[in-house]
Design a protein around this ligand. Structure first.
Ligand code: NAD
Length: 467
């Protein structure tokens, strides 16, 4: 294959040249071979295994990410996604036979998973490896080339990603371009065949607008406020443990964290007690010194969160050290309905708890907001669970747990409405990065004249019956 290795993009990089070189590789058929794709997926797995310590170090530097969280949510997650895709690829890529109606007999119809071409993957900073390498697994498996643009906010992770991708993956097909919004803008001015964006809603709109210019399809993995309901039948100890774990993972900077809890007023006091207890069990009496508690991405975000701490009474936490990017795991009660902490996605370690008298009240409050990425409910009552699922909209719904649904590669991960469009993980990544191409194979036999003019009345009537 005579495809040249593209120039390594650096400061002032020529993004147009990068895209052009990847396009040449794609047009030359580099990515079509399934064995080559499996090789790239294996290299990605190897990259995660061989560089565990360095990846964890970069995540520690960017987000104070605890080692355990770096291993499970970034390194193992990506490795498993790649290995799952590598093992299932041949089955996923097999053309699906479709029936052919009489009018096109003899003929064989197929649905083939065809690569889009050159794709762009733009990631957010909170899971700097998972959020670009997860989609990349889909891009590789489906036979695409990809430009990867990690978030500049997680600078150490971004630099390491670039070095590792260059070392492990085929540079003719995969290229990391580092940089900020200006670089993103320059990339978005290029023509891509699919754009996969993870980040906030505002930039999601920018991405979609830029994509419209080239009629490029987009996948948007956005955020929003994920509601959590706890009714009076729930096991409060287990609910509190799971909610505290999910809310304070990555210091709350996770798009599927429960953002606020609606609790049946009759059990509010007991839930607050249980939540407070779990914070101490998991992070000790001084979470700042806990090895299992992360930091906020930068002082700007820490200051934003610090301001939200005043929006209620802190049952636990309520303190911040902006210079140290530390915000204590905080449970808030007595929060006014119009408080800023309820107006926007918190994306930090603060959990407002809101009592309700009737479930209808909680459902009405949930439905008054844009559909969330994730919805959670804790209840022993199956009818209540069914009702909650049946009367709300969200990217996903989990009963009696939080966050863990995303570790199931057999479930699609994505939002709806303002929380995004399109989905990935497991087979869904392969499908998202594939165009479903209709392929009809006919022979030269039986070229019946009935379909061709000139038409008599009788011929047309027969044709209409057959078609
Ligand atoms: P961010 O600021 O890192 O932005 C995301 C990406 O967009 C970055 O690569 C950045 O360089 C780029 N960007 C920024 N401004 C741009 C512009 N004007 N034009 C083009 N590109 C631009 O991340 P963020 O938006 O702060 O991320 C946090 C948000 O992401 C939260 O809302 C969170 O819920 C959401 N999120 C969603 C998921 C998901 O899977 N659905 C995962 C993680 C985060």
């Amino acid at each position: 294959m005579s495809v040249e290795t593209p120039p390594a993009p650096g400061p002032g990089q020529d993004v147009a040249a990068v895209v052009q070189s990847l396009r040449a590789a794609f047009d030359n058929g580099l990515t079509r071979d399934l064995t080559w794709r499996q090789g790239q997926l294996a290299a990605l797995e190897q990259m995660m295994v061989e560089n565990e310590a360095e990846i964890a170090e970069a995540l520690k530097g960017d987000l104070g990410k605890p080692f355990g969280e770096a291993c499970t949510a970034e390194i193992d997650f990506t490795r498993k996604e790649a290995s799952h895709a590598r093992k299932h690829l041949r089955r996923w890529a097999r053309p699906q036979r479709a029936a052919s109606p009489l009018a096109i007999q003899p003929g064989k119809s197929f649905i083939e998973a065809a690569p889009y071409g050159v794709t762009l993957i733009i990631g957010a900073w909170n899971y700097p490896f998972q959020l670009v390498l997860g989609p990349l697994v889909g891009a590789i498996a489906a036979g695409n080339c990809a430009v990867i643009k990690p978030s500049e906010m997680a600078a150490q992770s971004s630099a390491l990603l670039k070095r590792l991708v260059e070392r492990y993956l085929d540079p003719r097909a995969f290229m990391v371009v580092e940089g900020d919004a200006d670089v993103s803008t320059a990339l978005l001015a290029q023509r891509f065949d699919l754009i996969f964006y993870t980040g906030g809603e505002r930039v999601g709109r920018v991405v979609m607008t830029a994509a419209a210019k080239h009629l490029t399809p987009v996948v948007l993995e956005l955020g929003g406020q994920n509601p959590c309901i706890v009714d009076e039948t729930a096991d409060l100890a287990v609910a509190a443990r799971r909610i505290v774990w999910g809310r304070f993972l990555n210091a709350g900077q996770i798009c599927v964290a429960p953002d606020h809890v609606y609790v049946a007023a009759s059990v509010e006091a007991r839930l607050l007690e249980a939540l407070k207890h779990e914070v101490t069990v998991m992070f000790g009496s001084d979470p700042k010194s806990s090895a299992d508690y992360g930091r906020i991405i930068n002082p700007r975000h820490a200051a934003r969160l610090q301001a939200l701490l005043a929006d209620g009474r802190a049952v636990t936490g309520g303190r911040a050290d902006v210079d140290a990017c530390y915000v204590a795991p905080t449970i808030l009660t007595e929060v006014a309905p119009d408080a800023p902490v309820l107006a926007e996605e918190i994306f930090g370690p603060i959990l407002p708890v809101l009592p309700y008298e009737t479930l209808d009240e909680a459902l009405a409050a949930i439905n008054a907001r844009s559909p969330a990425l994730a919805l959670y409910a804790f209840t022993r009552n199956k009818a209540t669970a069914d009702r909650i699922i049946g009367s709300t909209r969200s990217g996903s719904a989990t009963i009696n747990d939080v966050v863990v649904f995303m570790a199931n590669p057999n479930l699609p991960f994505g939002g709806v409405g303002a929380s995004g469009m399109g989905a990935y993980h497991g087979r869904f990544s392969f499908e998202t990065f594939s165009h479903r191409r209709a392929v009809l194979r006919r022979s030269f036999a039986l070229d019946a004249s009935i379909r061709y003019p000139p038409f008599t009345k009788g011929k047309l009537a027969l044709l209409r019956r057959m078609a």
